[in-house]
Design a protein around this ligand. Structure first.
Ligand SMILES: Nc1ncnc2c1ncn2[C@@H]1O[C@H](COP(=O)(O)OP(=O)(O)OP(=O)(O)O)[C@@H](O)[C@H]1O
Ligand SMILES: [Mg+2]
Length: 748
């Protein structure tokens, strides 16, 4: 803290800025000032870069507090001087605030310290927000003190960004993910360390061997050295090969676990969550996104440990040989490690843009494939193709931008690596000529310096392979962390005990049930009270968009009501596990979905263990057996994706057969006969009547013929019940239901 106080003083005492400002006034020469300011600016920027590098490095090794001191002392000077260079000399030339107790500066200093501590724990630190309190402080500051205070805030934020970028080199959640396979992870690290040890031993032995030769040693004595070197080269190759195999296993294991977790999560979240997602985007995240995690988890993270241990050890050893050489190699290593982080933020943004373009193209493509017939029917396929092409060009541009940004760091790393080796060699040669270094030591320095840089250069390469994983991680963790759509409450004192599925049909009640879709401005259903009792049929009718399907989704627990409750035989449904609750229902949806598989596969979704005879009986009941038996492979005929090889009516009858097969006590039918012709409708209607016997049934339909057998009709409008009663009563009353019936009779 004392040093931070000093930092504040640096900013607040007359220094570079004041001197330059003085030049502005006394010389009155813009050119002279410009030159002076630029010189100061360049120097200050260099100091700033050095300060940042030192600070960031210190953070990585956990000595954040020290680095704050150093950087706080140096950086304020750099920032204010840079302001002068930028032409803000006049503002900065005013007498500086006289105190380090300036509230803005005090607050900023505190944030800077806490940021550095946060960064030491690999957390992105917050920026200084100019909240109302701070703004008021700033407004009360005499106007000639303000620039200094503002620059201090700017500095603290720059610092927060830099240190945050460095801290985020390790994505904490991805690191935790890698540690889910601890044995494979540490084995990969261990093999990497042993490989480096072999390389160090190789350099050490080669250096000594060459020194022997150069100083006139006997060639025979060198034979064992070369045998050792050869052995080390061989073992290093074997170690690195084994490491790459173990790393591949690590990546595959993590991907397998994540894949299982994400699929499981999506299935748990269910329709209520997936209905608002773009399937193409989810598909891209599940397939490509997970693939991108691989290099980050299996290569980058293990190498990060190797790159922390090996260079530090080598530098420490070189420093015992010669402090100057140790210093030069340390500076080079730090620059390779943290230099490219200067544009990490740009790289991160480029990565996110690239990932966004990628998912857009992927989802557009899936959309186009699924809706191909619609595109063709409206002659819109060319237009759609143009959009797809534009998005593909967007992806190309994003990829190009990403490559330019990411490859720029390769140049810096390459130059620093070679330059660092050359500098270590030159300093070593100089020390050798001074007699401070032996020939053997000089050669060892030349060989070992490379081992200080190599793990860091490799780390940078792996970063470029793996940072897409950090972009994809957002989509992946969004699914993993998605808020539960269903909110269960544990049963109290047996109050939530589930009724047995076997036996008579249960009574399901909706009491004051309302639901509003996320982001909608009105409730899709509003205060509904209905009862679905065993052996009775409830029909729900209403205009399109009146909330019928929403009501069914609530009944099937795709999502929970926003108000009200649903009970089954007096048990609150939230107290039952959703899987158990759904065993009570057989469902025929408005948009029948058949999976890519055989007719039999699709029927057995309802009951996996159903025998062939049961399958055929269910198909007979639904009036679809003759049709299926007539297909080329009968029940083994592939229905195609979404059942495209069947007509709408055939699909609907297969779905009804599926409901027959499930034999559940509650039957939910959403427009079950909408795709059937008159003859088939009559046939299926008879089958449905048989199926409904002894069960509780809810049927939704626009058609009078599909609801005239109901015990009760509930008419919805804009989500509310507007009429209810027995169908014949409602017809007599002459209300909306009667009007609907009349309209249908007239059009028939
Ligand atoms: N996923 C959703 N997100 C937001 N609003 C939705 C969603 N699904 C439906 N809605 C809205 O909720 C209301 C009720 O829709 P619902 O599908 O329940 O109507 P419906 O009575 O079944 O209509 P139809 O007879 O045409 O099938 C409509 O206004 C609809 O626009
Ligand atoms: Mg509907």
């Amino acid at each position: 803290m004392t040093r931070v106080g000093a930092a504040s003083k640096v900013t607040s005492t007359p220094h570079t800025s004041t001197v330059t400002g003085y030049c502005v006034r006394s010389c009155g020469s813009a050119t002279a000032v410009g030159v002076a300011a630029t010189a100061v600016g360049v120097a200050a920027t260099a100091v700033g870069v050095a300060a940042t590098a030192v600070g960031v490095a210190a953070t990585a090794v956990g000595v954040a507090a020290t680095c704050v001191g150093v950087a706080s002392v140096v950086s304020p000077a750099a920032v204010v001087a840079a302001a002068v260079a930028a032409g803000d000399g006049a503002a900065a030339s005013f007498p500086s605030p006289s105190s380090s107790s300036h509230p803005v500066i005090r607050r900023t200093a505190k944030v800077t310290v806490s940021n550095s501590v946060l960064a030491a724990f690999s957390m992105r630190p917050p920026r200084v927000s100019l909240d109302t309190r701070l703004r008021r402080c700033l407004n009360r500051t005499p106007h000639y003190h303000r620039p200094s205070a503002q620059w201090q805030v700017a500095l603290a934020n720059r610092w927060a960004d830099c240190i945050g970028d460095a801290a985020m080199m390790i994505h904490p959640r991805l690191a935790r993910l890698a540690l889910r396979a601890p044995f494979l992870f540490f084995l990969t690290v261990g093999l990497g360390l042993l490989g480096s040890l072999a390389a160090v031993g190789q350099g050490f032995a080669t250096g000594h061997a060459l020194a022997e030769v150069l100083t006139g040693g006997a060639a025979e004595e060198l034979l064992w050295v070369f045998a050792v070197v050869f052995g080390l080269i061989l073992s290093r190759s074997i170690l690195l090969w084994t490491q790459s195999v173990v790393a591949a296993l690590l990546g595959a294991t993590i991907k397998l676990r994540m894949r299982r977790e994400m699929y499981g999560r999506l299935l748990d979240l269910g329709h209520g969550y997936t209905t608002n997602l773009h399937s193409g985007e989810v598909q891209a995240t599940l397939s490509d996104g997970l693939e991108h995690l691989d290099p980050y988890v299996s290569k980058y993270l293990p190498q990060a440990v190797v790159a922390l241990v090996v260079p530090l050890t080598v530098v420490a050893y070189l420093a015992t040989i010669d402090l100057y050489i140790g210093g030069v190699v340390l500076a080079g290593a730090l620059f390779i490690a943290f230099g490219p982080r200067v544009w990490q933020r740009t790289l991160g943004r480029a990565g996110e843009r690239h990932w966004a373009s990628w998912t857009t193209v992927a989802s557009r493509f899936v959309d186009g494939l699924l809706g191909m017939i619609t595109l063709k029917a409206f002659n819109a396929s060319r237009r759609f193709g143009r959009q797809l092409r534009d998005e593909a060009v967007g992806l190309y541009l994003a990829t190009r931008h990403l490559l330019v940004v990411s490859l720029a760091s390769h140049i810096v790393i390459g130059v620093t690596h070679s330059g660092g080796l050359a500098a270590a060699g030159l300093v070593g040669a100089f020390r050798f000529t001074q007699g401070d270094l032996s020939a053997a030591e000089l050669l060892v320095v030349l060989f070992l310096a490379n081992e200080a840089f190599r793990p860091l250069s490799e780390l940078a390469q792996y970063w470029h392979q793996g940072y897409m994983g950090t972009s994809a991680a957002n989509g992946i963790f969004a699914i993993v962390d998605a808020e539960e759509v269903l909110h269960d409450t544990p049963a109290r004192d047996g109050a939530g005990a589930a009724p047995a599925v076997a036996g008579s049909a249960p009574t399901v009640r909706l009491e004051g049930v309302s639901y509003r879709y996320p982001g909608a401005t009105r409730d899709a259903v509003d205060g509904i009270d209905v009862e679905i009792a065993g052996g009775r049929t409830l029909a729900i009718v209403g205009r399109s968009g009146s909330g019928k399907t929403t009501l069914i989704s609530l009944l099937l627990r795709a999502f929970d009501p926003t108000a009200g409750r649903i009970t089954i035989d007096e048990a609150e449904v939230r107290s039952l596990p959703p899987r158990e609750y759904r065993t009570y229902f057989a469902y025929v949806s408005q948009d029948v979905y058949l999976f890519h598989g055989t007719v039999a596969d699709n029927l057995r979704l309802a009951r996996e263990s159903a025998s062939d005879e049961e399958l055929i009986q269910a198909a007979r009941d639904a009036g679809v057996h003759e049709f299926v038996a007539g297909l080329p492979d009968g029940y083994e005929t592939m229905v195609g994706e979404r059942g495209v090889r069947l007509s709408g009516g055939e699909r609907q009858r297969v779905a009804i057969a599926r409901a027959f097969l499930k034999d559940a006590p509650v039957l939910v039918l959403d427009e079950p006969t909408s795709s059937l012709d008159g003859e088939n409708e009559r046939h299926v209607r008879d089958s449905l009547l048989r199926l409904m016997k002894g069960r509780a049934t809810v049927v939704i339909s626009h058609r009078l013929s599909a609801v005239d057998f109901a015990d009760e009709v509930v008419m919805l409008d804009e989500g509310r019940v507007v009429e209810r009663g027995a169908p014949e009563d409602l017809l007599h009353e002459g209300g909306r239901f009667a009007a609907l019936a009349k309209a249908q009779l007239m059009s028939a």
